[in-house]
Design a protein around this ligand. Structure first.
Ligand SMILES: NC(=O)c1ccc[n+]([C@@H]2O[C@H](COP(=O)([O-])OP(=O)(O)OC[C@H]3O[C@@H](n4cnc5c(N)ncnc54)[C@H](OP(=O)(O)O)[C@@H]3O)[C@@H](O)[C@H]2O)c1
Length: 287
């Protein structure tokens, strides 16, 4: 079997076109959605993420505001900036780029962002709504994975969805999303991690296998059920360039469909961030 390649770039372009239409409709109501990003320090990867988010905003008509603070910034100063952005009517979404320097509590900063401006969907209030099945905004990477599946015609209802990796930004919110009794979900979800005994026993039973581990080629062809759909979230910088967590070549011979790295989940994450900012602007706009 040679797997169908799920084209994240093309599906993300579809999502961005839909977002651009919603932004244009908001323009008719005199509202321009605005995203404020906050970067603390000079982490090169974070700088690249921030600049690609600003570029993507511009392409769909979302205004973006760039706040770059030195690594020595005190937590109180950062919280002060977040408070000012919470009160700024031009800002509909706030994104504080993680990781933050060690002397700043990420939880305190995530808590400080107003839930109504929480572009990443990481505020406990928005995570709670997701768990309860009534989300406003969903963290961008899990939301993007769900859209990849939906728009590729993968039926997850009753499917065994196995997620490897339980981070707060990917694995846990994806599990909360896929377990809902809702379209694009309704799956039997298993969440695996480093304490999982016999990982292969779980991955081999997956109809949909999502891997968010951060280790190149941790998933081999022997770990995948023939005909499975494989979503590779990993982004590992290796000597061979950017690679995912899945042994792409070998697994492509076993799976029915697979996402490439790059060009799979990554473009969807940015597209869903734009969708979240637009949703928050729609909710904030006077009727
Ligand atoms: N494409 C995108 O848009 C996007 C977005 C986010 C992240 N990523 C990428 O996705 C990867 C994961 O990132 P993350 O932030 O979600 O993860 P993370 O916070 O680094 O956590 C990794 C998770 O994988 C588990 N794990 C590690 N090695 C394992 C193994 N050998 N077997 C089973 N489980 C294992 C860990 O288990 P424990 O909890 O037990 O330690 C942990 O839950 C990274 O490569 C990251 O760059 C991509």
């Amino acid at each position: 079997m040679t797997a169908h390649i799920i084209d994240g770039k093309a599906i993300a372009a579809e999502v961005r076109a839909e977002v651009a239409e919603r932004v244009a409709a908001l323009g008719g109501r005199d509202v321009t959605p605005g995203l404020a990003t906050v970067l603390v320090g000079d982490d090169p990867a974070s700088k690249i993420y921030i600049s690609s988010k600003h570029k993507a905003c511009a392409e769909v008509g979302i205004r973006s505001f760039d706040h770059h603070l030195p690594a020595s910034t005190e937590q109180t100063e950062l919280l002060g900036l977040v408070e000012a952005l919470n009160a700024d009517d031009d800002v509909h979404g706030i994104l504080v780029q993680m990781p933050l320097p060690a002397h700043i509590s990420e939880a305190a900063v995530l808590d400080a962002v107003s839930p109504g401006k929480d572009a990443d969907g990481f505020h406990p209030c928005n995570l709670g709504r997701l768990l309860a099945g009534d989300p406003v905004v969903v963290p961008a990477t899990p939301a993007g994975i769900q859209q990849l599946l939906l728009r590729s015609g993968v039926d997850t209802s009753g499917a065994d969805v196995v997620i490897v990796g339980r981070s707060n930004i990917v694995g846990k919110p994806l599990a909360a999303l896929m377990v809902q009794k809702a379209p694009g979900a309704n799956a039997t979800v298993t969440l695996c991690h480093t304490a999982t005994r016999d990982l292969s026993a779980y991955t081999r039973r997956a109809d949909v296998l999502v891997v968010a581990v951060g280790r190149a080629r941790v998933i081999t062809a022997q770990m995948v059920k023939p005909g499975a759909v494989v979503i590779d979230v990993g982004m590992n910088r290796t000597e061979a360039g950017l690679t995912g967590d899945v042994d792409f070549e070998a697994v492509s011979e076993v799976a029915a469909a697979i996402t490439p790295v790059p060009g799979g989940v990554g473009p969807m994450t940015i597209a869903m961030l734009l969708a979240n900012v637009t949703t928050l602007a729609e909710r904030a706009a006077p009727a």
